[in-house]
Design a binder for this molecule. Structure first.
Ligand code: PGA
Length: 250
């Protein structure tokens, strides 16, 4: 069964006390959200504490990244098993900011996806074109290549634990949102691609989220599309009431 999902990607925002306060606010308001998986992905430093705060609520815990190595001498890295050990369920992988600032490639993302699945975490895998690619009308080609390379070696069983997030890079943090038509078009394209590789059951069940300046004022029209199953929310996830309002938009 396909799930509606709203996930908050806090990025590098909130100190520890600020983060604790925001998680508590989200937990306090989460009751009004029905039939939607509500996920928060705070910075690593908050992960263990977040796990305790959300314990008796419907809120699920995510992380924004993890290492492509299993364990060992990788200074500064956080492993998938470390995340799992404190109650993380979801990990955002391949976000465009990781690609741009930290030189992540589809190959590295592929390694991370495999490792996450092996450990029992659910990857939220991001894809999306930059503005120049959209302007040259290469967006389908770009997303096609990302999906193909990131999911290299995956089987249908693996895909049952994967969520896809389409995030046109030109819409991230810019206030410019893809139109509902642009989102639907790409989501359908992605679903068709999944269908061709893994069959219609998997394609029908996989959740495909939209990300990029999604906010309370536009979430409803985006989520109303048959192939848009929720959102990966950056800026608007930093305010509990906005985040909850978005989750109520189905
Ligand atoms: P935004 O970020 O909502 O601030 O545009 C979305 C994301 O990067 O996941």
């Amino acid at each position: 069964m396909r799930k509606n999902i709203v996930a908050g990607n806090w990025k590098m925002n909130k100190t520890f006390p600020e983060g604790v306060e925001l998680i508590q606010q989200i937990v306090n308001q989460a009751d009004v959200v029905k039939n939607v998986e509500l996920i928060i992905a705070p910075p690593f430093i908050l992960t263990a504490e977040a796990s305790k705060i959300i314990k008796d609520s419907a809120v699920k815990l995510g992380a924004q990244n993890c290492s492509n190595y299993k364990e060992g001498a990788y200074t500064g890295e956080i492993s998938a098993s470390m995340l799992k050990s404190v109650g993380t369920e979801y990990v955002i992988l391949g976000h465009s900011e990781r690609r741009k600032y930290f030189k992540e490639t589809n190959e590295i993302i592929n390694e991370k996806i495999k490792l996450n699945l092996e450990i029992g975490l659910k990857p939220i895998v991001c894809c999306g074109e930059v503005l120049a690619e959209r302007e040259k009308e290469e967006h389908f080609q770009v997303v096609n290549k990302q999906i193909k390379e990131m999911f290299e070696g995956m089987n249908a069983e693996n895909m049952k634990n994967i969520i896809i997030a389409y995030e046109p890079v030109w819409a991230i943090g810019t206030g410019k949102t893809a139109t509902p038509e642009q989102a639907q078009q790409m989501h359908l394209f992605i679903r068709e691609k999944i269908k061709n590789s893994y069959g219609s059951q998997i394609a029908n069940d996989i959740s495909i989220l939209y990300g990029g300046s999604c906010k309370p004022s536009n979430a409803k029209e985006l989520f109303a599309n048959p192939d848009v199953d929720g959102g990966l929310i950056g800026g608007a996830s930093l305010k509990a009431s906005d985040f909850i309002e978005i989750a109520k938009s189905f």
